[in-house]
Design a binder for this molecule. Structure first.
Ligand code: NAD
Length: 496
């Protein structure tokens, strides 16, 4: 059983803290790895390696940096399957889904390859007489990323691609539940020619996170994970004077208007609710069925659930894999009990699926109808293959429901009415909106981020906003006057 180590200064480094975690194959329920848990001093070693690499990396010309980014792109591209297999082994998502994760992550590397034009400043000649003004953006130094279990390859790419392209060096703290992909990626970055120390990985838990947040050598923190931890990371990193973006959890609603094509809406919601066993921050977890569409839509969704093939992610026949741990699976299943107790109707109960009995951490796709906002299954982020249906009478009730929800990651509307869609886009309080698209994850050259409790901080992640996040602006006002024209003027400088 291979132990998963840290990656510091261009090589794997075995942990010395004596602390470690266990990594499971969620499909078999068996322990397959141990992972080192860093102590504060091991985090310090990684930050020191990143700090030592920073001056040369920052000084390297943009054209040379871009050559390396293109090689990183090519190397990761050539090893997509290897990264995806590791994701499937430790996360459990089916291989095709893991390949999709890697492809979406690579979009961020594609974007970063355009860094020369992204970093280019503006120049105003003759802003005042013989005075020019221009803007530049400079890297922050050492920055860190803390990532969740559900996208062990893509979310790190959301962060490090832009961070290193901007000239920073990076320390990643991946999820301890599926840490393997971080090492595969680290090795590939080194193989691609990234200088040692520019990208480092510390494995671990809260001890490592605490040290990263307080470490005086780290300038900025990107965090993606659950809302309570995101809020705490945001407050703690800000307390220590760091720039921080902390993306949290979600409760994504899909509003289906009475004029929608029922089969199309059902296909979309089944894909978006049960793909990756519902463990996506952009999964649809609530359908808001408006008026008479509710009954046919629920019938169409439940008809489809019986044919979803559930099994190990490595089986090419499987469409939906297990959940990440037994504890998480049991917590997700508990919402089916509380929903019944609180008056909802469980139309499809995933505990009746044969795979629920094991081995592995499986739960069949589940559908709860007649959910109301007071119920636990509506109030909490479940993060599993459980879809709630809230029935409402009008568009206005639907939008009021969505906007009253404390999260605001994604929201979608299904309709054939362009005017209704336009109104939804204008009124909905969410950072990412889908119109007849259930999972509106922006492409890599836009930025990703929710509103309200789905994001703490000012900037969204990846894409254009990441360039601002990972750099500081500087504006230069310059003149090269003839010394003979020099004079004293105590007035506040004005343009002439
Ligand atoms: P999590 O919050 O448990 O863990 C995220 C990271 O924080 C991990 O690296 C973990 O080791 C660390 N961590 C956990 N608890 C900690 C604590 N008490 N102190 C310090 N560090 C701690 O999240 P998760 O279960 O790994 O991931 C699922 C969550 O992430 C869901 O809520 C999902 O919605 C969210 N998520 C959000 C986005 C987004 O873009 N908004 C994307 C992916 C996942």
């Amino acid at each position: 059983m291979a132990r998963i180590h840290h990656y510091i200064d261009g090589k794997q480094v075995a942990g010395t803290s004596g602390r470690f975690g266990e990594v499971f194959d969620p499909a078999s329920g068996e322990k397959i790895h141990e992972v080192d848990f860093a102590s504060a001093s091991e985090v310090d070693e990684a930050v020191a390696a990143a700090a030592a690499a920073a001056p040369a990396w920052r000084t390297m010309s943009l054209s040379r940096r871009v050559e390396i980014l293109f090689r990183i792109r090519e190397t990761l591209d050539a090893h997509r399957s290897e990264i995806a297999r590791c994701v499937t082994e430790q996360h459990g998502k089916v291989l095709s889904d893991a390949m999709g994760e890697v492809a979406r992550g690579l979009e961020n590397v594609d974007f970063a390859c355009g860094i020369p034009s992204l970093l280019a400043g503006r120049y105003s000649e003759q802003a005042s007489r013989e005075v020019d003004v221009y803007s530049i953006r400079q890297p922050l130094g050492v920055v860190a990323g803390i990532t969740p279990f559900n996208f062990p390859a893509m979310v790190p790419m959301w962060m490090f691609a832009s961070a290193i392209a901007c000239g920073n060096t990076f320390v990643l703290k991946p999820s301890e539940r599926d840490p393997g992909a971080s090492l595969v990626i680290a090795e590939l970055l080194t193989e691609a020619g990234l200088p040692d120390g520019v990208f480092n990985v510390v494995q671990g838990d809260k001890v490592a996170v605490d040290r990263l947040l307080e470490h005086p050598g780290i300038e900025a923190i990107s965090f993606v994970g659950s809302t309570p931890v995101a809020r705490w990371v945001y407050e703690t990193a800000a307390h220590f004077g760091k720039r921080v973006q902390a993306l949290g959890g979600a409760k994504n609603h899909m509003v289906v208007l009475p004029d929608a094509d029922v089969d199309m809406a059902a296909d979309a919601v089944v894909s978006a609710a049960y793909g990756s066993a519902g463990e996506r921050c952009m999964a649809v977890s609530v359908v808001v069925a408006v008026g008479e569409v509710a009954d046919p839509l629920i019938d169409a969704v439940s008809d489809r659930l019986g044919s979803i093939r559930i099994g190990s992610g490595t089986d090419p026949e499987s469409e939906m894999g297990p959940l990440i741990t037994r504890e998480h699976r049991d917590r997700v299943a508990s919402y089916l009990s509380s929903a019944t107790e609180q008056g909802a109707s469980v139309v499809v109960d995933g505990r009746e699926h044969e795979r629920y009995r094991g081995p592995g951490f499986f739960l069949g796709p589940s559908l709860i109808d007649r959910v109301s906002p007071q119920m636990d299954c509506y109030r909490d982020e479940i993060f599993g293959p459980v879809l709630s249906v809230v029935r409402v009478g009008s568009y206005q009730e639907a939008i009021d429901l969505v906007n009253a929800n404390p999260w605001g990651n994604g929201a979608a509307i299904f309709t054939r009415d362009g005017g209704a869609a336009r109104r939804f886009q204008y009124e909905v309080q969410a950072g990412m909106v889908g119109i007849n698209i259930p999972i509106p994850v922006p492409v890599g050259y836009f930025s990703f981020g929710g509103w309200k409790q789905s994001l703490f901080g000012d900037t969204h992640i990846y894409g254009p906003e990441s360039i601002n996040f990972y750099t500081r602006g500087k504006v230069v006002t310059s003149r090269w006057p003839d010394p003979a024209t020099s004079e004293i003027d105590l007035g506040f400088p004005r343009t002439r």
